[in-house]
Design a protein around this ligand. Structure first.
Ligand SMILES: O=C(O)CCC(=O)C(=O)O
Length: 236
């Protein structure tokens, strides 16, 4: 049962559509954060690009295919209000494209501003990202930076990065970004941990970054709830 009113959910969705991002606080408990710190470190250590579908990313701890890694990840992406916001923007039958984890390492990790995919087409937003902050992210440990409003046009990223803000997110909070916004991971100057999970949602019918029916083990697929199967597009 959701603790969030429909008005709050609509307001967050309006922010993602209007400014290009929104932040929701307090979605992961203290106990879950401790669990995730250990679990993500294990997941980074056993990462296997052949089994998990994507190459390692130099300069980062990285894992794709998280849903296959622990029962916790089999339901996390369905949490209120994140899944509700995705449904409002991408349609009731939207799907999870991928669930990855990403952490810039000390002195590394600076990305150029980019969009996740093409500029927003006339029919509207095609995808959004939910970034689940485990350690907290700020300017010193590599917070995502973004240009509010840049999802509304298709212009190239300004060389001087004029207009950027840092999405500083305390542990347990989730930053939701419109996938068409100009954004980037930043360098981790301090070396403080910056474990973040990326739950990337898209419209049904679009390709998944991780084709879940191919990359989830038979054991995981057998225990998924009917809703999780639907959102992961397991069945044709
Ligand atoms: O983790 C981040 O700060 C953003 C990562 C990102 O934009 C990407 O990998 O495309």
């Amino acid at each position: 049962m959701s603790n969030y009113t429909p008005e709050q959910v609509r307001e967050w969705a309006a922010q993602v559509e209007g400014h290009g991002y929104a932040m929701v606080h307090g979605l992961l408990s203290e106990a879950e954060l401790v669990f995730l710190q250990g679990t993500l470190d294990h997941v980074y250590a056993i990462y296997n690009p052949e089994r998990d579908g994507l190459q390692r990313v130099p300069g980062y701890h990285f894992s794709s295919n998280l849903v296959n890694k622990n029962p916790f990840f089999e339901t996390m992406f369905l949490r209120h209000p994140i899944y509700d916001i995705a449904q409002l923007i991408l349609g009731e039958d939207c799907i999870l494209s991928s669930l990855n984890s990403f952490e810039p390492l000390k002195g590394q990790g600076n990305q150029g501003l980019h969009r996740d995919g093409p500029p927003r087409p006339p029919e509207g937003t095609l995808a959004l990202n939910s970034m689940w902050s485990v350690d907290g992210m700020d300017r010193e440990n590599g917070a995502t930076r973004l240009i509010p409003g840049s999802h509304l046009h298709g212009e190239a990223a300004p060389a001087d990065e004029q207009g950027i803000i840092y999405a500083e997110a305390p542990p347990g909070s989730v930053v939701i970004t419109n996938a068409h916004i100009l954004h980037a991971a930043s360098a981790n100057h301090s070396g403080r941990r910056r474990r973040v999970m990326h739950g990337y949602f898209t419209r049904r019918g679009r390709d998944q970054q991780t084709e879940q029916r191919k990359f989830l083990s038979a054991e995981v697929q057998a225990r998924l709830s009917p809703l999780a199967r639907r959102v992961l597009a397991i069945d044709p």
